[in-house]
Design a protein around this ligand. Structure first.
Ligand code: NFS
Length: 671
């Protein structure tokens, strides 16, 4: 809980952010950091003890045994609030997926200006999952069928959404037994709202069962559809060199930042920046060209495909405008702070909204339309270029870090065996041998209530030391990028000995950037492929893996947590718990707390826990990984067995006189 103003070092662990926070104070401008310091969060609502579902309330259940005006108990209220949040998160990801499906349909019909099918191999692979014929058919014909199938998943009323077929067979059977297979994406979200209306579902466990189904409609529904189509239209990511942090902004160029989530417009803006007409237009305006960068998950989308730099994660959105060097911040949907417009009035920056779903009072609106996307992109860029002449003094912090993003599950498969022997075998073998102790997915938001990037990077670094391979998405991935953890061999000396051997042999960074937030479905696919490869059990819950969102804040993060739990993962959230109840009356609220933890674990093998202490987060992660290793009968983790091969061995040998090397090599081999 915030108490008064924190120092800059307490607000963010990123030196670029600290520099901009000093500038904000010098200019007398507030940011999310200062507002978080000034606004003490409501301890009743924050703990899930407030019900505002109807006009008889809001009811605040602060006393033991107290119920709402309608009689609702604290357990019902907490379960309802949680389900509503999960429904909103699932709706956001899924609506993004729906728009991607409409774009694919428009491409198939030849009515989407500027788009094409970039990854025909992925199109054919995805179509095959659903028995869409591919032989002797053009990519557009296949895309047309796939678009129709995917569009139908949203409004489907009965049956099962089709992407769940891509889960391990045993998991699908479990979901069917539990009655939680989503029937249609929209149906589950609507039912979540219905069930939580006054006077409906009042059994906490029953409400939470529907949370599982709503979460699955996101992970094995809308989000998976969004990722598939983004890859088909814009290319499946593969490693590429990029940069991150505010230092990617340029003084001598027109700086345009794309911020939000959907790649449809941002990809077109990338294309338009290379258009000779736009380059010339920028030169005429006195700039060297247009410098495009991204914020939030849109940044991840274009970073991992085209290497477009990321100006930062969620908490960098205001800081970027504070540089005074941004001509336009182009936003679409999700994670966009309303404060941007007011903040921008202190500078020349134009905030441009583009989605028919999102308007911000005071912003310029240039509506995106996938049928004329390139024209809209050019219009946006010209608006930004026209604004270059209005730029005042600038202050761009000189911090930028190289990184290599782009580890899609397809690329991970390829990198472990090449084109002809692509396989997850080496990854499974590395876990079985104990070189890799387990896998952690560290994902999710920044939250100004905690020191920016600190928890993400602390947990990441500690787990790397313990030979845990880390995969990241979203704002977490950008946090690691800013620290240099996503770059080839950077920081390998701080990585455990077994993991280091793997990184050196395969030539990968110890932290793999797997994309944006909807791309958490790539992690589900990797886990499924690890199961199918064999040796790590026959379902996802048996793999020594944990998901963490140390700095979560959005409802989408809760939706992701839920589908990961339903898929069999142990998920740990840092920061505040929305179901904590008052500290002195935990016993009142423990039905929800226990059900989403031990209750869900009994059914799904996965569980959701809120753990504020980072040391505890790390310990629980390692304990879980070791427990899963033991259950599989794998060798207990022992780092002493590794570290004397690969580059480390070569370095040891090189330090010896030449004549002694052969004997030393044999000696080592016999150890
Ligand atoms: Ni996902 Fe969080 Fe937003 Fe992306 Fe960042 S805040 S839940 S990581 S940008 S969606």
């Amino acid at each position: 809980m915030a108490k008064g103003k924190r120092s800059y070092e307490e607000q963010s662990s990123d030196p670029a952010a600290q520099e901009m926070l000093i500038r904000a104070d010098e200019l007398g401008i507030g940011t999310a950091f200062s507002r978080a310091d000034e606004m003490v969060p409501c301890n009743i609502g924050g703990a899930g003890m407030c019900c505002k579902q109807c006009g008889m309330g809001p009811c605040r259940l602060t006393k033991d045994g107290q119920v709402g005006v309608c009689g609702a108990t604290i357990d019902t209220i907490q379960a309802r609030n949680l389900l509503r949040a999960i429904a909103a998160g699932s709706a956001s990801h899924s609506d993004h997926g729906r728009d991607m499906a409409f774009t694919l349909k428009a491409v198939a019909e030849g009515t989407a200006e500027g788009y094409a099918i970039r990854d025909v191999a992925k199109l054919r692979n995805v179509a095959t999952y659903y028995n869409i014929p591919i032989e002797k058919r053009s990519p557009l014909e296949i895309a047309n069928d796939l678009a129709d199938l995917y569009i139908a998943q949203f409004g489907q009323q009965r049956g099962e959404v089709v992407p769940i077929r891509r889960a391990p067979a045993k998991r699908q059977q479990l979901w069917r037994e539990q009655g939680v297979v989503p029937r249609g994406v929209d149906r589950e979200v609507v039912e979540a709202l219905h069930r939580t209306h006054i006077g409906d579902d009042q059994d906490a466990k029953h409400i939470l069962n529907h949370a599982i189904r709503t979460g699955l409609a996101d992970g094995w529904g809308g989000s998976m559809i969004a990722t598939d189509i983004a890859d088909i239209l814009f290319g499946t990511p593969a490693p590429i060199l990029g940069q991150a942090n505010l230092g990617v902004l340029k003084d001598d160029m027109v700086n345009v930042i794309v911020h939000g989530h959907e790649p449809t417009l941002s990809q077109m803006i990338v294309a338009a920046t290379q258009d000779p007409e736009i380059i010339e237009y920028a030169r005429q305006a006195g700039a060297k060209g247009v410098n495009l960068s991204g914020i939030c998950c849109t940044a991840n989308e274009i970073l991992m495909r085209q290497g477009i730099p990321a100006a930062g994660n969620f908490l960098h959105q205001e800081l970027a405008i504070l540089t005074g060097a941004v001509e336009a911040m182009v936003v679409d949907v999700q994670c966009i702070m309303q404060a941007l417009v007011n903040l921008a009035t202190n500078f020349h920056t134009k905030v441009i909204t583009t989605s028919p779903k999102v308007r911000i009072t005071g912003a310029t609106h240039i509506e995106f339309d996938e049928h004329k996307a390139l024209s809209v992109a050019k219009q946006i860029l010209k608006t930004a270029i026209d604004n270059f002449k209005n730029r005042g003094s600038t202050h761009i912090p000189n911090f930028r870090t190289d990184l290599v993003p782009g580890f899609s599950h397809e690329y991970i498969n390829y990198m472990l065996g090449g084109t002809y022997r692509a396989s997850f075998r080496p990854l499974n073998d590395a876990i079985i041998s104990g070189r890799i102790r387990g896998v952690a997915a560290i994902v999710g938001c920044n939250n100004p209530r905690s020191k920016q990037d600190y928890l993400h990077n602390l947990v990441t670094q500690e787990l790397l030391k313990q030979d845990v391979l880390v995969v990241e998405t979203g704002c977490g991935a950008i946090a690691a990028a800013k620290l240099g953890l996503l770059l080839g061999e950077a920081g390998l000396e701080k990585v455990g000995p077994g993991l280091r051997e793997i990184c050196e042999t395969v030539g990968i960074p110890p932290v793999l950037h797997m994309g944006s937030c909807v791309d958490n479905t790539r992690i589900l696919t990797v886990l499924t492929q690890m199961v199918e490869e064999g040796g790590l059990g026959d379902d996802i819950d048996q793999i020594p893996a944990v998901g963490l969102a140390p700095e979560w804040m959005s409802e989408k993060a809760l939706a992701i947590a839920t589908y990961c739990v339903a898929s069999g993962a142990y998920v740990i959230f840092g920061g505040a718990s929305p179901i904590s109840g008052m500290p002195d009356r935990v016993s009142d609220s423990d039905e929800v707390l226990h059900y989403i933890s031990e209750g869900w674990e009994k059914i799904y093998g996965g569980k959701l826990e809120f753990v504020a202490d980072p040391k505890e987060m790390i310990q629980r992660t390692l304990d879980h990984i070791d427990k899963k290793r033991a259950a599989l009968g794998l060798t207990p983790y022992d780092p002493a067995r590794f570290g004397r091969s690969g580059d480390a061995l070569m370095e040891e040998l090189e330090a010896l006189p030449f004549a002694d090397r052969k004997a030393a090599l044999y000696g080592m081999a016999n150890n």
